[in-house]
Design a protein around this ligand. Structure first.
Ligand code: FES
Ligand code: FES
Length: 157
């Protein structure tokens, strides 16, 4: 069967097998920023935005995503043209090995799309579904708050 959906703003038509999970389909289609971790909805490394909300792509059947709009980290920015959230994670030193970071950045985007001035507690809650083996989360929470500052400045407050 074929899956018709939008990925990072582009209409796609991707052959899939029954029972395939969205994580596998996205990685096979070249979106390697979607990371494979626990495959059981625990680590958050596979998070993508589905119609703007963060989901564990390891828990979603690809066949049920027809017509939806998916965003992966590749759709947010590039090394040459980073999104302010990416800039904030770099500025705050919130990236070590980086494996957890694409999912965290996408969950941050979902938060900041709804709330441009989150409290530290709200930033912490936004990253609640993400595990990081390298850091103590402090810098990543600071990065969420810094990203909010950058975005507020970008739109003039
Ligand atoms: S790989 Fe999906 S939550 Fe860990
Ligand atoms: S930076 Fe290595 S797992 Fe988070």
């Amino acid at each position: 069967m074929n899956l018709h959906l939008t990925i990072n703003g582009q209409a796609k038509d991707i052959p899939i097998e029954p029972g395939e999970i969205l994580l596998d389909v996205l990685r096979r289609a070249g979106y390697q920023g979607v990371k494979r971790g626990c495959e059981s909805g625990t680590c958050g490394s596979c998070v993508v935005l589905v119609d703007g909300a963060p989901y564990y792509s390891c828990l979603l059947f690809a066949a049920q995503q027809g017509g939806r709009s998916i965003m992966t980290i590749e759709g947010l920015g590039t090394p040459d043209n980073p999104h302010p959230i990416m800039t904030a994670f770099i500025e705050e030193g919130a990236i070590q090995c980086g494996y957890c970071v694409p999912g965290m950045i996408l969950s941050t985007k979902a938060l900041l799309d709804e709330n441009r001035d989150p409290s530290p507690e709200q930033a912490k809650e936004a990253l609640d579904g993400h595990l990081c083996r390298c850091t103590g989360y402090v810098k990543q929470i600071k990065a969420v708050l810094r990203a909010a500052e950058l975005l507020r400045a970008r739109v003039g407050g």
